[in-house]
Ligand binder design. Structure first.
Ligand SMILES: Cc1ncc(COP(=O)(O)O)c(C=O)c1O
Length: 387
């Protein structure tokens, strides 16, 4: 649903004409500037641009010091990448329920906390804000770190504060399915310099000989290669300028659905901060949901059908294949023995129930007035004739 055009073409041309596509030492400093501009837009002290949202999550967990021996609680409704990121740093993902807002249920989170819970990843799925007040209150009481997965919520907010800035760090994605894009891409934000610096080191296997190495406060450790590049940076700087307009238009479209179909709407933790990419209808049964979704002109779909966004379909996780090599599989680490890793397909029954009774319609900020009205009318007809 992103917008892209000649401004991005001009930005890419500028980089190619400068003949330096690597971010370090580039004449236009596209990635450096994007990091500054993203930090400012989101309202965070530090931003690190990376090559994806998964890598932003991994670098974020590494920045927060999460590793073997740690449990990280994640919701059962998120893209599998959230769980993969936890395993990538050697920790164990523990799966918790969502509530009717489609985001992590703070009550189930509290029930699932143990002394081994060192981090929690609330996911602002489909741009729906998680209940950050409740989650941060638990974090303060129990001492776990919070890494927000805002990969589907670029620019969203909760109670007037941007998503990604409520927790100790926040991760964004700019892949092809996101609100803004560079084809692939991601960002990590945090107010904590130490977290930023550790993520910076982790994301750049060559950190030891980069110009900034001399300024680092902590010793360089071995990380990986998650760097962005000047082409992506140049595109993202234009995309960032488009973001407020996209969000405004998406929210205006969503408001029409919310105002008209209030009684069917899934609840929101903060509708004003919701990104507006998706409108959710709640039904009593899966049969009703399927009937509405497939009614003429509705164009709906059920989140239970969204493949690797539903924990029961995370085969490598459920079967504890946590790495390419048995000796590097966190499920085999001595530090992780005794942690909760007995997954089953029905372990979060409430999540599956909610996902089966909900219908989504993906919204488009560029629908014409006629297209929008036609969609609204189709929904109205389907609801009037069936319920
Ligand atoms: C909730 C969530 N987390 C993480 C990711 C991973 O982002 P990327 O594909 O940029 O690595 C995605 C991307 O689809 C996502 O939707």
């Amino acid at each position: 649903m992103y917008r892209i055009g000649k401004e991005e073409v001009a930005a890419v041309a500028r980089v190619i004409e400068g003949k330096k596509l690597f971010r370090v030492g580039a004449p236009y400093q596209e990635v450096d500037n994007f990091e500054r501009e993203w930090a400012q837009l989101i309202g965070a002290e530090h931003a690190l641009c990376l090559n994806g949202g998964t890598t932003a999550l991994i670098a974020g967990l590494a920045g927060l010091g999460i590793g073997p021996g740690d449990e990280v609680i994640i919701p059962g409704y998120t893209f599998m990448a959230t769980a993969i990121a936890v395993l990538a740093v050697g920790a164990i993902p523990v799966i918790a329920e969502i509530d009717e807002t489609m985001t992590l249920d703070p009550q189930d989170l509290e029930r699932k906390l143990t002394p081994e819970t060192k981090a929690v990843i609330p996911v602002h799925i489909c741009g729906f804000p998680s209940n950050m007040e409740a989650i941060m209150e638990l974090s303060q009481r129990h001492g776990f770190k919070v890494l927000e997965d805002a990969c589907q919520a670029d620019g969203g907010s909760y109670k007037g504060k941007r998503l990604g800035t409520w927790g100790h760090a926040g991760a964004f994605s700019f892949n092809d399915f996101k609100i803004i894009t560079a084809g692939e891409g991601g960002a990590l934000v945090t107010d904590n310099y130490n977290v930023y610096e550790r993520a910076l080191i982790y994301h750049d296997g060559g950190a030891a000989f980069r110009p900034y190495a001399g300024e680092l406060k902590s010793p360089v450790f071995v990380g990986s290669q998650f760097r962005s590049n000047e082409i992506a940076g140049a595109i993202l700087r234009v995309q960032l300028e488009r973001l407020p307009g996209i969000l405004e238009d998406l929210r205006a479209v969503k408001k029409k659905f919310v105002d008209r179909f209030r009684k069917y709407m899934i609840p929101s933790n903060d509708i004003a901060g919701d990104c507006g990419t998706t409108v959710g209808f709640s039904f009593a049964t899966e049969e009703q949901a399927r009937s509405f979704a497939t009614s003429p002109g509705v164009g709906g779909w059920l989140p239970i059908d969204s493949g690797k966004h539903v924990y029961k379909n995370w085969d490598p996780i459920l079967q504890r294949r946590g790495a390419h090599h048995e000796a590097m599989n966190p499920y085999n680490f001595p530090e992780n023995q005794g942690l909760r890793m007995n997954y089953s397909e029905d372990m979060c029954a409430r999540t599956l129930d909610i996902l089966s009774r909900t219908v989504y319609i993906s919204l488009n900020p560029d629908w014409t007035e006629e297209e929008l009205e036609a969609r609204l009318d189709s929904c109205q007809q389907a609801l009037d004739s069936q319920f």
